[in-house]
Design a protein around this ligand. Sequence first.
Ligand code: ENP
Length: 259
Amino acid sequence: KWKGEGTTQNLESIVIGRCYDYIRIVNPAVGEKNCSEIWEAFKNAFINKDPCNILPKDYELFINLSLHTIPPNKSLFWENNHLLVNSFAGRGQRYMSLADTLFGFFGDFLNWCGQANSIELDYESCPTTEECENNAVESFWRMASITYAQHSSGVIHVLLNGSAVGGAYPEPGFFADYEIPNLQKDKISQIAIWVVDDIEGPDIDSCGTHTVEKLENRLKTLGYDVICTDNYKPVQLLQCVHNPDHTDCRVCTSPTAAP
Ligand code: ENP
């Protein structure tokens, strides 16, 4: 009955398995966590409720149980480059994006919703954000984004897509609406923005232009030390793994003709 995809099959097994994978293998530094209690708190945020009336605060207990330290200088915010961010962050080895925290790891790539007057999940369909913004997935990411921003410190990194239609810094967007307003200024030394175009993609946005200029001005007005870099090489080199033959991916220039 809804326009969106239904709950991911085997959701419970996936998220409980992810939770153990996270605390035992991906990031044992988080210490002991009760994965079945975290699953119960997650599920209780949205089961047996109108699927269009789930609020971020319904995930409060889930967040309290799964919260852990986010190392300084490791936070990585982004828009419009989910897979690139996943590989660049390296499951928290290089950077810790929201999806590399225990609470974000739980939901990444999954879909879920419940139904009013039933304790069953809805595997057939779930509401999209266009149908209702107070849906289980949207409210989950809003709560997770707010928490992630509040706990980020040191140098903050932001990876934006310079080829995104509509601009690298979308408004509305999670970064603009839930993350920037929840950064704790006294814990942050600098905000480093990277604007990276898709290989072969159009150069729609760059540092100092269009929506990126708007972002830089917003952050500077808030009193942050902001630096911006176009086509940050380490990220571009990662993109080149998929596009090894592209001219932008040449690692050394061809020798010039002899005089
Ligand atoms: P999209 O639309 O490019 O990508 C959405 C996909 O990324 C979905 O598969 C979603 O999981 C997963 N995802 C991972 N982290 C987030 C997230 N953090 N979030 C929403 N989806 C996330 O991403 P958006 O909507 O533009 O969100 C980007 C935001 O994530 C940025 O603000 C960045 O700083 C933040 P699922 O379960 O929905 O399939 C917050 C919101 O970290």
